[in-house]
Design a binder for this molecule. Structure first.
Ligand SMILES: [Zn+2]
Length: 277
């Protein structure tokens, strides 16, 4: 799988991060998806680890978060972080939430796996190492969202539920919503066992499009396609969905992969904010 994709890799002050051209051209948001390049953490968290619950030095993580947010032009004071429990709760973030979870784990928005806002200057962040990050932008209603979808969140359909919330709260039309599936574990490296296979089969009518059965007990699961299909089921046009097709496991020098590192590694982050003007 090629590293060249529909995402663009940028660098600012040594920090490397991806941007989504479909989002950039709207002129409405500041956004980025991090890599492990440009921070100051040491092995096995080298170098731009953005997650506190990793075993890394908290002060280094704070400094890394500062570097990453500065690289894309967002102040840490504007950031709201989700607690992330592999659930399907979606939180509507407001001005009063700015700063929550930005520099500590205690003040995160608890039990939440997706954040949504229409407030300029409220920056939404979530953290990943293999789980699927989905970023959303409705350029008409000017609404953004970010979701965290591992296999559990994917089966709970947090991806499409986030679109549903955008419709419900902000009167977004799904046909206007842009969505991006950011770097995460690819079908090439995501083997699952019977328990997950059965849950996927129960949850997805089109399960044969996302599971490649290897033998009685094993299958390769395509979380990218599982999320792409559910966004389309919710009415997001195929041409509005950018899939990075960048596998974290395939690129350990550039990205953190929980599976590649047997669980001891850093965290990447997606960060997005409507510009204040
Ligand atoms: Zn891979």
């Amino acid at each position: 799988m090629s590293i060249i994709s529909k995402f663009i890799l940028k660098e600012n002050n040594g920090v490397k991060y991806y941007t989504i051209p479909a989002f950039t051209v709207t002129g409405l948001v500041k956004h980025g998806f991090s890599t492990r390049i440009g921070g100051n953490s040491e092995k096995p968290f080298d170098t731009l680890n953005l997650g506190f619950h990793t075993g890394d030095n908290v002060e280094l993580v704070k400094e890394n978060r500062k570097r990453f947010s500065q690289a894309i032009g967002i102040s840490l004071d504007n950031i709201v972080a989700a607690g992330q429990i592999h659930g399907d709760k979606i939180y509507q973030a407001g001005i009063e939430d700015r700063g929550k979870g930005a520099l500590d784990q205690e003040t995160v928005i608890k039990d939440t796996d997706a954040l949504i806002t229409n407030k300029p200057g409220v920056a939404l962040i979530a953290f990943y190492a293999d789980c699927v990050p989905i970023m959303y932008l409705d350029p008409v209603q000017k609404v953004i969202a970010i979701a965290h979808a591992g296999w559990k969140g994917t089966i709970l359909k947090i991806g499409r539920k986030t679109v549903g919330k955008m419709q419900e709260i902000y009167n977004c039309l799904s046909e206007n919503i842009l969505a991006a599936i950011c770097p995460s574990i690819g079908p090439c490296h995501y083997e699952v066992d019977t328990s997950v296979i059965n849950q996927v089969k129960n949850s997805f009518k089109q399960w044969d499009k996302i599971l490649k059965i290897k033998d009685k007990n094993k299958a390769q699961l395509d979380l990218w396609e599982a999320n792409r299909l559910q966004l389309m089921e919710e009415g997001v046009p195929e041409e509005n969905i950018t899939v990075a097709e960048i596998c974290t496991y395939c690129h350990p020098e550039l990205l953190y992969s929980y599976r590649y590192s047997n669980g001891r590694t850093g965290r990447l982050a997606g960060l997005i904010m409507l510009k204040e003007e």
